[in-house]
Design a protein around this ligand. Structure first.
Ligand code: ATP
Ligand code: MG
Ligand code: MG
Length: 548
């Protein structure tokens, strides 16, 4: 692969290492456990863990679990599972909630230094005090409380003396600051809520801005990488660290990753799940890591995607075709080839002896010399794909029709002599004759045929449910359309074929196995597939629609 040029973070890190600013770099991936990870998070995971690997540093996994209301253990487990599945191992595992005592101590320290105060204003009053970009803020009447009074009130807040919203702790910065986030932001609020890890121990919780940078600092994070919308938070991030005189972590921003024909906010994905537009967080149509896994994506393909898109400083939206290109490229190398017929019609080889069967030897994967072979049974009656036959075939139709000749993959050359229709005009049977000397691997017929089609022997065929997926949304960027994003859901995003015919070798399969169904695309075995009820999910078609 071509060596790509350094991205802006790699440049910064290489400079830091060269200058000796840091001996080792330390990054972290800090998800909030309020949903399942999606492909945007995968980009961030690959970036943070990838930098640590590249520069022989460390990367932590930290659950940013400061909001007791939206967080759940189920999400924590799914996130750990997804990070590992992508192929990464964290150096340290942390929870921001483990720092609650330390963070509380930092808040006390700020009060003691005169940099924080308890405010009794209502949310509306504080919003009015804040002003806006055209109007400077005004001080709260509580801003001049004494340090002692603040210390006492803050302790009482912690003890549970006050109801939700009665008081907050605010940083004392500058109500005339041009950056609105610097106008005495709230750093602690009262919330009498049960936390998924700390239970009922706390009824005051730190705000994101107060927890994040300080957690980075506690862990000696050198490069704290986040998405662009936090750029205006950076002065605040630096202010807390400076006033607290703690390890100087630094924040760097890159553009959030978006993908066409889907949505990427956890809040929206949660709506799709709760309102049953999809079959759970791991529905194969979801842009979640677990959905992509169930769809048949490999960790390699997702890592390759993340590396190919790289990082940007400006918001952009990536064509989902690139993601599909990456998985197709990998599956082509690793997926065993099998035959399945999704829309079957019967073909009878009239000159093939009745009752005879043959075991044909078929290569598992022409892209892998160690891929081995399998045996595929052949007989007089086979299923072929309905669309591989045309009654009035045009000139360039290199498949079957009256008088046309094709090769049956791994088997013989056949010519169509006749066919039968039912009273609705549907083809019910196709009659062919075969050329015994044309067997694949020992063909002495001297015939050249343009087309090869796949098939499954009728008496040997097994059945399976096959699920075909299309885009979940009808428009490129549903989140930017007018009205509710759910108005743009594609009603035809799932097609279930309850009874496809498959070759016998496909019955020996476990969930997440990957196959190329010849001429149809890549498929994976669903998590609910059993030997009594096989289910395959289509990952992606064979045709490359991605314009390079
Ligand atoms: P969402 O809006 O989907 O809830 P979030 O940023 O609130 O996303 P977090 O759990 O806080 O979700 O994200 C963990 C990390 O992943 C953060 O560092 C965040 O910057 C990064 N991240 C989240 N979404 C994307 C994205 N679309 N592209 C790149 N990085 C992302
Ligand atoms: Mg977040
Ligand atoms: Mg969020």
């Amino acid at each position: 692969m071509e060596e790509r040029s350094l991205n802006f973070l790699e440049e910064i890190i290489e400079n830091h290492l060269a200058e000796g600013k840091y001996k080792n770099i330390h990054t972290r991936f800090p998800p909030e456990p309020n949903g399942y990870l999606h492909i945007g998070h995968a980009a961030s995971i690959c970036l943070n863990f990838g930098l640590a690997i590249k520069y022989k540093g460390q990367c932590n996994l930290r659950f940013d679990d400061t909001n007791p209301v939206t967080e759940e253990t189920e999400y924590v487990e799914s996130i750990m599972n997804d990070v590992k599945w992508l192929g990464f191992n964290w150096d340290e595992l942390h929870y921001t909630s483990d720092y609650f005592e330390e963070l509380y101590g930092f808040a006390v320290k700020l009060i003691e230094k005169g940099f924080a105060y308890v405010d009794d204003s209502t949310a509306e009053e504080m919003a009015a005090q804040k002003g806006d970009i055209n109007r400077t803020g005004v001080n709260s009447i509580y801003r001049s409380r004494s340090i002692d009074e603040n210390l006492q009130l803050f302790a009482e807040m912690r003890e549970g003396k006050y109801p939700d919203g009665a008081k907050v702790l605010r940083a004392k910065i500058d109500m005339e600051h041009p950056n609105l986030l610097m106008r005495d932001p709230i750093i602690y609020r009262i919330k009498h809520a049960h936390h998924h890890r700390t239970g009922d121990k706390w009824c005051v919780y730190p705000m994101y801005d107060f927890a994040h940078g300080q957690s980075d600092s506690i862990e000696n994070i050198t490069h704290s990488i986040c998405t662009l919308e936090f750029i205006h938070h950076r002065p605040l991030y630096d202010w807390f660290i400076e006033k607290l005189e703690i390890f100087p972590s630094h924040q760097y921003e890159f553009a959030r990753r978006n993908l066409t024909y889907t949505v990427m906010s956890k809040r929206k994905l949660l709506q799709l799940v709760n309102e049953k537009h999809v079959d759970g967080w791991d529905d194969p149509r979801m842009p979640t890591i677990s959905g992509l896994r169930r769809r048949g994506y490999t960790p390699e393909s997702i890592r390759n995607f993340a590396d190919t898109i790289g990082i940007a400083k400006r918001e952009n939206i990536t064509d989902v075709g690139l993601l599909e290109f990456c998985v197709r490229d990998h599956l082509n190398k690793i997926a065993d080839r099998r035959m399945a017929v999704l829309d079957p019609v019967k073909l009878i080889i009239t000159n093939y002896p009745e009752g005879q069967t043959e075991d044909l030897i078929a290569e598992n994967n022409p892209e892998n010399e160690n891929g081995g072979t399998r045996s595929v049974p052949f007989s007089r009656e086979i299923w072929i794909e309905r669309e591989d036959f045309m009654e009035d075939a045009p000139k360039k139709f290199f498949r079957l029709g009256p008088g046309l000749t094709v090769r049956l993959k791994y088997a013989y050359i056949v010519t169509c002599n006749d066919f039968k229709k039912d009273e609705h005009g549907n083809i019910t049977e196709i009659y062919c004759s075969y050329i015994p000397e044309s067997k694949s691997g020992s063909d002495t017929s001297g015939l050249k045929v343009k087309g090869t089609i796949h098939w499954v022997s009728v008496p040997h065929a097994k059945t399976a449910e096959v699920r075909l997926y299309d885009r979940l949304f009808k428009v490129e960027n549903p989140a930017s359309e007018e009205g509710d994003f759910k108005d743009y859901i594609n009603p035809d995003s799932l097609t279930i074929l309850p009874k496809a015919y498959i070759e016998p070798a496909l019955t020996e399969t476990n969930p997440l196995d990957k196959f190329q169904f010849l001429r149809l695309g890549y498929f994976t075995t669903d998590k609910n597939s059993t030997s009594g009820h096989l289910i395959f999910n289509k990952t992606v078609g064979l045709k490359d629609s991605w314009a390079k």
